[in-house]
Design a binder for this molecule. Sequence first.
Ligand code: SF4
Length: 110
Amino acid sequence: MEEIEERALGLIRRSKGGILQNQLRLELGVDGRRCAHIVRALLDTKSVGRELVTTGGVRVYLIRFAGGVGKYELLIVGAKFDPCVGCIDECDPVRCARLNKWIRELGVSL
Ligand code: SF4
């Protein structure tokens, strides 16, 4: 799965009740064609479902999360595995550059 597809899936998963495809496009900062391609890829893996809804008199797609959390999904950001897996270094998580870099790539604020 491409990194942008993972970002899209994360946004969709976190949106309660789903996210409109045009809103997803804005959140990802991509054009409509690219967004449609991303959504198609997620539909093909059955990670999301899609339905047509009408909002403000306009028909748009509502994208909902459909998949569960994969076995290793929470351990991977982009193509990078959690650095703690298999690490045998002396551990100080607060100061560990590898762990902190990985957490930053999660896109969460601590
Ligand atoms: S926090 Fe750093 S040192 Fe500790 S297990 Fe994870 S990667 Fe290794």
